[in-house]
Design a protein around this ligand. Structure first.
Ligand code: FAD
Length: 478
């Protein structure tokens, strides 16, 4: 196999939301851009994360709507699920979006190379073709020199000591996205966004679900009031939630997974399940990239690539963005970091770094969760005096009309300045409401500014207004 040598202004390793967005912006800025991807364009998010999970959860939501249709006077017969059709739907959605990324690369003139990339020196990258992947340039080994190299290699499920995923009985999220049957009992380790979404999904599909969470709170990064609503809702639906707990002695045979559930009080209970899903966070894809010989620094916590606000590593010309550059590990954070890094290296004067403290979070459980900024305990610990307001969906006309009144909107303002410190939502379509608070924050608006905004009636978004009125001590509709 011959080796070809080429040059690029910007070479990006990894075609997920971070890498492909960086590539688009780079090409738009007139830079000769190469994107190397060893698997599928779109990365984890489009192929094995955000998108296919939401397609499956859409199936679960549809099922729930049909099940509850009797309250509206509809007569429904016995319901069945063709699981393979639901999985096919989810895979089709993922494929469509991945192909969309390929189209965007062509449209913007990004050279896409299919292969595994590794740094061989400062500004030097070798690419080894991956079997079965078609390169737009050539199937030969290639070496590149580049003025700027951006590492956007993402992350993978975090391994837990003593629990080895075998893809049959012990799953990672990838296997949970393509089930051939609904397990009778699914045991989930981790109650973050991913673990909780799968718990919600599989419960709706008919599985018995048990969640084991090491932290004292399910959805550990969320405001405690929000986590409590989700926990109560899950428990009402029959999902068992064990916080402050962990698993020991995990064993899997052809038919069953057994483990010992160790609770916070030290009690030990044997659990048996059909499948065990590991959803205990992620670890960065840094191995085999040639970072060590270059002296590229990793963080103490989690061994992510250490970067500054522009994604610069300690090695000149080497950048990292997205999951591999540290939490929060979310697609929109990766994409925005991609743009910020490229605009910075290209010298765009309006470039803005990404503020990781203000990355919104969205969890598509039933009920949905959306959050921005500090939780109430964090805001108090930071020394702020607070104006906190709530508006429950049970007092909102639109929520009552659509028969979905669980949850609330909670807002946290700084009492002195009126500045938004945090917004925590749980309930119907809250992931679509949250960006309103992101806009308020970006425009440096205050509680008083929001007070005078006219929200259309009847909308779920009126809860954002009412929660703010509540924070100001002038509630109208509760
Ligand atoms: P990735 O998407 O991981 O992409 C990295 C790419 O780099 C991959 O395609 C990989 O093949 C490639 N690569 C790695 N090493 C090399 C190499 N040496 N050479 C060439 N290519 C390489 N986030 C949200 O914001 N919202 C959600 O709802 C959400 N849901 C999720 C659900 C699940 C089940 C999972 C697992 C994740 C979810 N996430 C969600 C997280 C989201 O998927 C990630 O934050 C996002 O994909 C990170 O983007 P990235 O570009 O940093 O990396």
């Amino acid at each position: 196999m011959t080796t070809q040598n080429e040059h690029a202004d910007v070479l990006i390793i990894g075609g997920g939301p971070g890498g492909y967005t960086a590539a688009i912006r780079s090409a738009q800025l007139g830079l000769d851009t190469v994107l190397v991807e060893r698997a599928e364009l779109g990365g984890v998010c489009l192929n094995w994360g955000c998108i296919p999970t939401k397609a499956l959860l859409h199936g679960a939501d549809t099922l729930r709507s049909i099940t509850q249709a009797g309250r509206l006077g509809f007569t429904t017969g016995e319901l069945g699920i063709d699981l393979s059709a639901l999985v096919r739907y989810s895979r089709d959605v993922a494929d469509r979006l991945s192909q969309g990324v390929a189209g965007l690369m062509r449209k913007n003139g990004v050279r896409v190379i299919a292969g595994e990339a590794a740094l061989t020196g400062k500004g030097e990258v070798s690419v080894t073709p991956v079997a079965g992947k078609a390169s737009e340039v050539s199937a030969a080994d290639q070496t590149f020199t580049a003025d700027h190299v951006i590492v956007a290699t993402g992350a993978r499920p975090r391994a837990l000591p003593g629990i080895v995923p075998d893809r049959e009985r012990i799953w990672t999220s990838a296997e949970a996205l393509i089930p051939t049957d609904v397990p009778e009992h699914l045991l989930i380790v981790g109650s973050g966004a991913i673990g909780s979404e799968f718990a919600s999904l599989y419960r709706d599909l008919g599985a018995r679900v048990t969640i084991v969470e090491l932290a004292d709170q399910n959805l550990p990064v969320e405001d405690p009031e929000v986590s409590a609503v989700v926990r109560r809702s899950f428990e009402r639906r029959g999902i068992e939630v064990h916080t402050g707990s962990h698993l020991e002695q995990v064993e899997s045979t052809a038919d069953v997974v057994t483990a010992v559930l160790v609770s916070g009080d030290g009690s030990r209970t044997e659990v048996r399940a059909d499948r065990l899903l590991i959803a205990a966070g992620v670890q960065p894809n840094t191995e085999g990239l040639g970072l060590e010989p270059l002296g590229c620094e990793l963080t103490d916590r989690g061994h992510f690539i250490a970067v500054d606000e522009w994604g610069r590593t300690n090695v000149a010309g080497l950048y990292a963005i997205g999951d591999v550059a540290g939490p929060p590990c979310l697609a929109h954070k990766a994409a925005h970091e991609g743009v910020a890094t490229v605009e910075h290296l290209a010298g765009v004067r309006s470039a803005q770094p990404v503020d990781r403290d203000w990355i919104p979070g969205a969890t598509y459980t039933h009920p949905e969760v959306a959050s921005l900024g500090m939780t109430e305990p964090q805001a108090r610990a930071a020394g702020h005096e607070l104006n906190v307001g709530h508006m429950p969906f049970v007092a909102n006309g639109r929520a009552i009309g659509i028969d979905d009144t669980e949850g609330f909107v909670k807002v946290i303002y700084d009492a002195a300045s009126g500045e938004l410190l945090g917004a925590h939502l749980v309930g119907p379509n809250v992931t679509e409401l949250l960006p309103g608070f992101s806009v308020l924050r970006a425009l440096e608006g205050t509680a008083e500014d929001l007070e005078h905004v006219v929200f259309a009636h009847p909308t779920l978004s009126e809860t954002m207004h009412e929660a703010t009125l509540d924070a100001l001590g002038i509630p109208l509709n509760q």
